[in-house]
Design a binder for this molecule. Structure first.
Ligand SMILES: [Zn+2]
Length: 114
């Protein structure tokens, strides 16, 4: 379960920021998780429930925003939601090498400290 390591990294970032800003607690964290990031949002949420107790982020409101995958076909110039995580086949022309526009995000995008 690599979500545990990811949760630990995010927590470390939050705690470092709190320390830098002289905050005593982390109130809220918002994390964007792309459908192609390889991270399961539910497993990530669970990982936080394991590691937060006893830290300055204990009881923090955790918001996990899933980001749908979106690919772009250079031939049709259209965006589409890919069927699978491995092949980005354009539903219009069948081109396989469409580019990924979004879905690989794994970011701590918002932090509230007090
Ligand atoms: Zn196409």
């Amino acid at each position: 379960m690599h979500e545990l390591g990811i949760a630990e990294s995010a927590l470390q970032i939050a705690l470092d920021r709190a320390k830098t800003e002289g905050a005593s607690r982390v109130l809220r964290m918002v994390i964007r998780v792309g459908a192609l990031s390889g991270v399961d949002p539910e497993a990530l949420r669970f990982a936080f429930t394991v590691i937060l107790p006893g830290t300055a982020a204990d009881g923090a409101d955790l918001q996990i925003d899933p980001v749908v995958a979106l690919a772009h076909c250079p031939d049709c110039r259209k965006d589409f939601v890919p069927d699978t995580n491995h092949f980005f086949e354009c539903p219009v022309c069948g081109r396989l090498c469409a580019t990924v526009k979004q879905g690989r995000e794994l970011d701590l995008v918002h932090l509230e400290l007090i």
